[in-house]
Design a protein around this ligand. Structure first.
Ligand SMILES: [Zn+2]
Length: 271
């Protein structure tokens, strides 16, 4: 019996020694713009915010997984740099580009070989063409809508010059080890995604995309009037909150100044 146990123990040790260690990971929060919402009521289809305004952030994220880099969302257009532009509901400004922030931590744009986009809106896709050689992960319906609309130029590397593209209708386990997963949370747009990042020290972090735009939007399950589907949005909120509870995840609403402060200020990273 003892011999058998010794043999089993030896097999166990050999097995665990042969397994690859989990990849080293880091998460940086990037400044991808700022906006003042001049009519906050566009974020409610029940007239919850009539007459209100709010300053929101436009954050995007860089994730290192071993030697690989994934950019999550691509911010406001780079042409906005140093400007303030009023589009009616929003007054937008951009004080730094993504590529310039990457340079501060020694990451070249071509090292970012993977780009994940939460959804098709211009405040999440603005600087995409700075990463024209990366593999792009984006919801299939969002990509189709971009092809037909004013944002077509932003995806030209993936429609015209053959950069790699993966169109998603469900979840996407980016590195195949469960550490970074694009979660299908449709409703804000056709195939909107949120991002789960399981960091070794910080633990699970959930980046909302635009499933929510600010804290009160989350607590009241507010649905913006311009969403593609109210029913899908509410179902996505159900799924998202169940995951938050199960994993005890840290939630970061990407447009909420109070939430992005839960992650270290650039150039510090969460690990
Ligand atoms: Zn947005």
């Amino acid at each position: 019996m003892r011999a058998l146990l010794t043999a089993l123990a030896a097999m166990f040790v050999a097995g665990s020694a042969g397994a690859a260690p989990p990849a080293q990971m880091e998460l940086w929060r990037l400044d991808c713009g700022t906006a003042v919402v001049n009519d906050l009521d566009i974020f409610s289809d029940t007239f919850a915010y009539a007459g209100k305004t709010k300053r929101i952030t436009d954050s995007c994220y860089l994730i290192r997984h071993g030697e690989n880099y994934l950019l999550w969302d691509a911010g406001l257009p780079g042409a906005l740099l140093g400007k303030t532009v009023n589009s009616g509901p929003f007054t937008m400004s951009l004080s730094t580009r993504i590529v310039d922030q990457l340079a501060r931590i020694g990451v070249k744009p071509e090292q970012v070989t993977l780009v994940g986009i939460s959804h098709r809106h211009d405040d999440h896709t603005g600087q995409l063409t700075d990463f024209a050689k990366a593999t792009l992960f984006i919801g299939a319906g969002d990509f189709e809508a971009m092809k037909k609309g004013e944002s077509a130029a932003l995806i030209a590397p993936w429609t015209k010059t053959g950069a790699k593209l993966e169109l998603l209708t469900g979840d996407k386990d980016v590195f195949g080890d469960g550490s970074v997963v694009m979660l299908a949370t449709p409703g804000h747009t056709e195939n909107h995604h949120s991002l789960l990042v399981r960091l070794p020290k910080t633990g699970p972090v959930l980046l909302t995309g635009d499933l929510y735009h600010f804290t009160e939007n989350r607590t009241t399950r507010g649905v913006p009037s311009f969403n593609t589907s109210r029913a899908d949005t509410l179902a996505s909120m159900d799924r998202f909150e169940a995951i938050v509870k199960r994993l005890k995840a840290k939630v970061v609403i990407q447009h909420e100044p109070d939430d992005i402060a839960k992650l270290p200020a650039f150039p510090q990273s969460a690990q």
